[in-house]
Design a protein around this ligand. Structure first.
Ligand SMILES: [Zn+2]
Length: 322
């Protein structure tokens, strides 16, 4: 056991709420996948243990040992150095400092491990295998707890000096709403699921009627997950519709401005909310973005991420595809 090398690669998408692992073939086919909740207590070692378990589970489903994989890629939040030390992943428990994630996972799995940025690997997955395939230049926008962005320009990933793509912190209202980053008026302050939940709570406490929190409890959640927003919208909940509309307008302003700057051929919308709300909401965002386009007779194509929830894990596996 453990000596037959395969052409399969592992990928792990490390998110603030879930860890998605997958074992992926050379053409992006998923052979096994497993999901685990991201620990909310403890520290990086506990998160790494869950990651290793989820990857091992995916490998078992694919009929291989982790050690037989070409390697295991990880899409992580925060900053990763070339040695795979991850720093400042502040939405993960006790991860304000640095942790040698690649080395620890490599020891646990017996496989090589590489770390990339979570949003950038998901953008590359869409570019190489998903909705971005027909294009040379794309902007990936990931609408979830926060709002992340990734870019491929003229066929190549653009990461700037390491931190490009932060479309969530482009300013859409000067002196506007407070963002989780501490600044004001960022896109994320209006469209991030975190700030949207905070705003919903504030309105609810002020007496605005909404079914959002009832739906949350009925479904056994303690946060307003994407599915909760979806059900509230289906119920015609006015507060949910108001806050989603506010997010759609904010996304339109952010995306329109980014397109004015970059003139990409296509915008791909992913993330928990982006994928769950899907096509009808993408069209609403597109309509809002159109209002801000300087060259408005040639708008970019807009697509929902084709790889859906698995895009991050598939993209992470591509760290071993070069
Ligand atoms: Zn911000």
């Amino acid at each position: 056991m453990g000596s037959t090398k395969t052409k399969l690669r592992g990928g792990i998408d490390l998110g603030g709420t879930k860890i998605q692992a997958a074992v992926v073939g050379p053409r992006g086919k998923v052979h096994g996948e497993e999901r685990a909740a991201t620990p909310t207590e403890g520290g990086p070692a506990d998160v790494a243990r869950e990651m290793a378990a989820a990857l091992s589970g995916s490998a078992r489903k694919a009929g291989v040992e982790p050690a037989d994989l070409v390697g295991v890629g990880v899409g992580a939040p925060g900053d990763a150095d070339p040695q795979g030390v991850v720093s400042g992943a502040s939405n993960l428990p006790g991860w304000e400092g640095s942790y040698p994630l690649a080395a620890e996972l490599s020891t646990a799995l017996g496989a090589d491990v590489r770390i990339g940025g979570d949003v950038q690997v998901a953008t590359e997955a869409e570019f190489r295998l998903g909705a971005g395939k027909p294009y040379r230049s794309i902007l990936g926008v990931f609408w979830g707890t926060g709002v992340g962005g990734g870019m491929i320009l003229d066929g190549k990933p653009w990461t700037g000096r390491g931190n490009a793509g932060e479309i969530g912190h482009t300013v859409i209202v000067r002196g506007g709403a407070r963002c989780p980053c501490g600044r004001r008026g960022c896109l994320e302050a209006y469209a991030g699921r975190g700030p949207m939940e905070a705003k919903a709570r504030e309105e609810h406490e002020k007496g605005t009627k909404t079914r959002l929190f009832k739906i949350m409890k009925e479904r056994g959640h303690d946060r307003l997950k994407s599915s909760v927003w979806e059900h509230a919208l289906e119920d015609g909940d006015e507060l949910a519709e108001h806050l989603i509309d506010r997010a759609v307008k904010a996304l339109g302003a952010g995306i329109g401005s980014a397109v004015n700057l970059l003139d990409v051929e296509a915008v791909i919308l992913g993330g928990g909310l982006g994928v769950r709300l899907g096509e009808p909401f993408l069209r609403r965002i597109e309509k809002q973005a159109a209002k801000h386009l300087f060259v408005d007779d040639r708008p970019p194509a807009m697509h929902v991420a084709a790889l859906g929830d698995l895009g991050g894990a598939i993209g992470a596996s591509l760290l071993f595809a070069r």
